[in-house]
Design a protein around this ligand. Structure first.
Ligand code: G6P
Length: 609
């Protein structure tokens, strides 16, 4: 699960590749490497650590106008320079970068070892380099050698390959892991994500699964695994490059937290129907007839996207009265799901590339299910493979810790639930009230962002606690889980997010005097029971921060501090209650001095199962 990139043209390949890798670091950042070709030989720079470390270790960069680069998130083999990509064949003629996993690595390695190959790393990728190297050594073109290697491989591979004896070309392939080509005038780029290309060009070509491209400075050709020509369409890269810049913020996470009002505004623009009290989600219109038949909705995703799926399931069943559930995509993919034609499946993924989510979606489609997609990345695998769907338009999310994608995804499920509710029993009056509530969200999120100084002060005091609990009920159970996930991800604080109902069945035993608890107590049907939870927590000496209505004196009397919610419709509370939890995690990690945008052991996009 890594970022790969390549360049061929007239400019410095080193600079082009590093610029691309910096944009891809969210895919992995435990080590990085670049290979260029100059004076007929491969020039290599590899180093453990972030791209910054690679730059520092290579003063002056590498010469040459063609090359490939990689930023790694270790799967096969530990984090070491030997395991850094690019990997070369044993004759040091070709170099290859790889995102994916070679499933039959042991069989291939055994065969090559028997033929006397000496491997220099523990990676599965080196086996691919060796297979390609053997092909070119036998006189095959680079393209044929790559085809030969891929046809022997089982698994996933986004790859880019360079040959020191043919520096006029690169070969790239997409087998299960995304690859896009960037088109310029007399130059070409390749990367695992359009995000790496936007700074250089507006034109891209997205390889489909099983496609291989040969790039020269003047253009490209594409074939399938049987070497048959494939026609490709040039697409425009959306989003502006500036949107991915850090600007005056100290971290992407803080920037992205603060972008939420604008992101929500963009996400709902043109999608609310104030007159009808409903929503339009473009992609849904063409399937309207079938949507009337839907009797069950299953939302699925991983990590933060799973929590937005849980909010979506809650909204769908409470407001549209359609039985709905959320499932971890990884579990759904392997449990041989029972798929029926009256169920709508909704895949949620910020990146649109999470391997478990794609596996679940493919399994459901194989069984004839109808799958809608909710994603932030235009042209992602999820967007391409679902039957229809919606983009959340949150703008590029760079920090590994997801914030604005969560609220934008929840908003997408609100729009979906509203549409379903109006297609069924929700009255026009109630629909209009919900629409108004959605329209007010950007301003209300701005109001919640003003709690930043309070969140910072609480983090100063409790940020490094040995344990933190987040409690909510109803639609705020997944928000509590999301709050705990943020804190675990970036501040490395053991944390649990749970339903107030579950507290006394075990987790209450973890509470000691002075331990911090965040309680989500919006003024809705969950409030009364949450009051009971507050009493139980107070009796055991927890330090309680409540996110509750500003005028709720009863809550105020039971807790240590209240972060006020503005008056709001109960359906939108998850988008408001999550904001202080994001800020608390951010300021906790800041106090503890951690690398906020690149937490240890994680990557933003998990493209392996
Ligand atoms: C990784 C990231 C999480 C993210 C999850 C799902 O685990 O670290 O922040 O929520 O993947 O990502 P997706 O792109 O599918 O939303």
């Amino acid at each position: 699960m890594c970022g790969i990139t390549g360049y061929i043209g007239q400019r410095s390949a080193w600079e082009m590749i590093l610029g691309g890798l910096k944009r891809l670091e969210y895919r992995g950042y435990d080590s990085a490497g670049v290979v260029t070709v100059a004076d007929g030989s491969l020039q290599v720079a590899r180093s453990v650590g972030h791209i910054r470390a690679l730059e520092e270790a290579t003063p002056g960069g590498l010469p040459g106008h063609v090359g490939i680069g990689h930023t790694r998130w270790a799967t096969h083999g530990g984090v070491s320079e030997a395991n850094c990509h690019p990997h070369r064949d044993s004759k040091n003629r070709i170099a290859l970068v790889h995102n994916g996993i070679v499933d039959n690595v042991e069989a291939l390695r055994r065969e090559l070892l028997a033929e006397g190959v000496k491997f220099r790393s523990e990676t599965d990728t080196e086996v691919l380099s060796e297979l390609v190297g053997r092909g070119v050594a036998r006189g095959q073109s680079l393209l044929d050698a790559v085809l030969g290697a891929l046809n022997r491989m089982e698994g996933t591979a986004g790859i880019v390959v360079v040959d020191q004896e043919r520096p006029d070309r690169l070969v790239a392939a997409r087998i299960g892991s995304p690859v896009v080509l960037g088109i310029g005038e007399g130059e070409m780029w390749v990367a695992s994500d359009p995000l790496a290309l936007r700074q250089y060009t507006e034109r891209m070509v997205v390889l489909e699964d099983g496609e291989i491209a040969e790039l020269t400075a003047r253009g490209f050709k594409t074939v399938d695994l049987d070497n048959r020509d494939r026609e490709k369409r040039v697409e425009k890269i959306l989003h502006q490059a500036e949107a991915a810049e850090l600007g005056s913020y100290a971290h992407y996470m803080l920037k992205e937290i603060n972008e939420q009002p604008d992101a929500l505004d963009r996400s709902m623009r043109g999608r609310l129907d104030a007159a009808m009290g409903s929503s339009h989600l473009g992609g849904l219109q063409s399937h309207r007839a079938r949507l009337f038949e839907v009797q069950r909705v299953v939302f699925f995703g991983c990590g933060t996207s799973l929590y937005s799926a849980e909010v979506g399931a809650y909204l769908m069943s409470s407001y549209a009265r359609v039985p709905a559930q959320a499932q971890d995509a990884a579990e759904l993919a392997v449990q041989n799901p029972i798929v029926d034609s009256r169920t709508l499946y909704v895949a949620i993924s910020q990146s649109g590339e999470t391997a478990d989510t794609l596996a679940a979606l493919r399994e459901i489609k194989l069984k004839g299910g109808l799958v809608a997609g909710v994603t932030n990345v235009v042209g992602s695998s999820l967007a391409r493979e679902t039957d229809f769907g919606t983009y959340v338009h949150a703008g590029p999310e760079i920090s590994v810790c997801s914030t604005k994608a969560f609220t934008a995804q929840v908003l997408a499920t609100e729009l979906l639930a509203l549409q379903f509710a109006r297609m069924r029993d929700l009255s026009a009056t109630d629909g209009r009230t919900w629409v108004k509530a959605l329209e007010q969200l950007p301003a209300q999120v701005r109001f919640m962002l003003e709690h930043a100084p309070a969140c910072k002060a609480i983090a100063q005091r409790f940020g490094g606690s040995k344990f933190t609990m987040f409690v909510g009920r109803g639609a705020n159970v997944p928000v509590a889980q999301e709050g705990a996930l943020k804190l675990k991800e970036i501040a490395y604080v053991p944390a649990e997010g749970l339903s107030g109902a579950a507290m006394k069945h075990g987790p209450l035993a973890l509470i000691e005097p002075g331990l911090p608890v965040w309680a989500l107590v919006p003024p809705d049907e969950t409030r009364e029971r949450m009051l009971g939870n507050l009493r139980e927590l107070k009796a055991r000496g927890a330090h309680i921060t409540a996110v509750a209505a500003g005028d709720d004196e009863e809550v105020r009397g039971l807790v240590d501090e209240v972060l006020a919610l503005p008056p709001h419709h109960p359906a939108v509370s998850p988008i408001l209650t999550v904001i202080p939890l994001q800020l608390y995690a951010y300021y906790s990690a800041l106090k503890l001095g951690y690398d906020i945008d690149k937490p240890r052991n994680l990557a933003k996009s998990v493209t392996v199962m």
